[in-house]
Each structure stands twice: as C-alpha cells, then as structure tokens.
Design a binder for this molecule. Structure first.
Ligand code: PEP
Length: 267
C-alpha cells in the first residue's frame, strides 16, 4: 500500500490480562468509547482472547484492528506452546514484535526479532516493532546508540520497500517507562523518533524513513498523552496498563484525534 501521510495509531497492549469470558465485552466498550475520525485503533489481547475480541468487534460499528502480542520466528515445527504467524491469520491483522518484556523474559535478541518481523510480513500481519533503551543506557547517554542497534539488528536484514509496504510501525518504548508510572519527556521521545527515522533512512527505507509511523509507549495515560501527541514526530501511542480502562482509552484516543484532525486525517 502507498501511504502519503503517516497514520495516527493508538494500540492497546493488554499483556497477560483478560480472559476469553470477559475480553470481548471490554473490547466492545472500548470500541464504543473511542470512535474518533482519523485514529487507527488496535487492541492486542492475549492469544487465547483473540477470537473473542474479533467476534465482539465484528459486531461493532467502526473499525478496530485486532493484534497479537507476539508470534514465533519459525514457520512451524516442534515448538511446544508457541504460536506461528499462520495460526494468527483470521484472528489478527496486527502483531507486536520485540516488546521489552519479551526481550527481558524470553531472551529475545534483535536477530530473533528480525526473523519474527519477516514471518509477520509473510503472513500479511502489520508489525509494531518495539525498541527502547534501559535506564542505565539512557543515563550513560547511549539511548540513541541502543535504538539504532536494535533497528539495525531487526530491520536491517529485510527489504525496506517490503517492510514499508507492509505498514511497519515502530514503537519507541524506553524500558524504564514501561509500567512504572514514569514517562519520557515529549522532547526526548521526539528526539528518539528522529533517531528511528534517521536509522530507517540509513537502512534504505523510502522517503528517508519519514513515512514510518513512530508511537511512544511507556506509562501513557489520558493525562500524559498530550505531551507526546503535541510532538509532530510522534504518531500515536502503544498503551499498556491504561488500555484496560475504557475512560483512559477514551481520553487517549480523543487526544490522538486532535493530532489527526490537525494533520487533515479525517477518514
Ligand atoms: C507496553 O506494554 O507497551 C506499555 C507501554 O505499558 P505501560 O503503558 O503500562 O507502561
């Protein structure tokens, strides 16, 4: 798909919350509270809730994308408990890849994350690739270096035109801001969005990476979102804890809608 303007996106990462019994209802309530022109909404529930959320949203008016929180780097095989890209087809159209909690808990490396990226694109799933530095790395002045290295490792092996056509989204999520109640400043997030696009440009992405949507993630709430959406280089948010709260999601998407309207995105 050729894109002429960067999408404004709010993606909800429900992590290991909700069950098949209650996820559909929550998704429906959030969908009803977040109908805002120009903002792409995505809900990423646990694997086992994808079907329930998909069913609930199919009955809702207004488009809300459904995303998985992970996928396996192999096509199929003896990987007990894992979920492949092909298994997600029909259940999800988006997928989060390289979340810092998976880098931390499952030891995911940039190389492995890069392979997941390839699987996602092969299965026509729109990837949200997470990058971000640890607190010590920021304090040592290495935030840009770390994010560059993550992008080079995961994105570098791929054909940039193909990833670009697949609608690759980058979520800049400083690890120290995830689930901590502490956020980066809007200015720091904007600087890092610049680093992301510069690196994507160096990797050969069309338009020097300028068309890649960059989301901010890390303790985003309805009151914290303004600082990020006020930055022209930030195109939305990846929301964890607050995404389980319909009031919070309503506020976050409404603020993203102000940015979408200012950019002339009304569809
Ligand atoms: C996330 O899960 O990607 C995230 C940013 O979480 P939280 O909003 O809870 O910090």
């Amino acid at each position: 798909m050729i894109r002429t303007m960067r999408d404004v996106i709010v993606a909800a990462n429900w992590k290991m919350h909700t069950t098949p019994a209650d996820a559909g209802e929550l998704a429906l309530v959030i969908a009803g509270r977040t109908r805002v022109p120009g903002v792409i909404r995505v809900i990423c529930p646990p694997f086992v809730c994808l079907a329930a959320v998909g069913r609930a949203l199919a009955g809702a008016d207004g488009d809300v994308g459904v995303g998985a929180q992970n996928l396996h780097h192999e096509v199929q095989g003896a990987y007990t408990g894992e979920v492949s890209a092909a298994m997600l087809v029909g259940l999800a159209t988006w997928v989060i890849i390289g979340h810092s909690e998976r880098r931390r808990d499952a030891g995911e490396t940039d190389e492995l994350i890069g392979r997941k990226l390839g699987r996602a694109v092969d299965a026509a799933l729109r990837p949200i690739l997470c990058v971000g530095e640890q607190l010590e790395e920021r304090e040592m002045g290495q935030a840009s270096l770390v994010v560059r290295r993550q992008l080079q490792g995961a994105v570098g092996p791929h054909d940039p035109a193909r990833l670009s056509a697949a609608g690759l989204v980058i979520a800049y999520e400083p690890v120290w801001a995830i689930g901590t109640g502490r956020t980066a400043s809007g200015a720091d997030a904007a600087t890092m969005a610049g680093v992301v696009r510069e690196t994507m440009g160096e990797l050969g992405f069309p338009d020097h990476g300028e068309m890649i949507p960059v989301l901010y993630g890390g303790s985003v709430t309805s009151s914290a979102i303004d600082e990020f959406m006020a930055e022209p280089s930030i195109d939305g948010a990846l929301v964890g804890g607050a995404s389980l709260k319909p009031d919070e999601m309503a506020g976050i998407v409404a603020r993203a809608g102000v940015t979408a309207a200012a950019r002339g995105q009304t569809g």
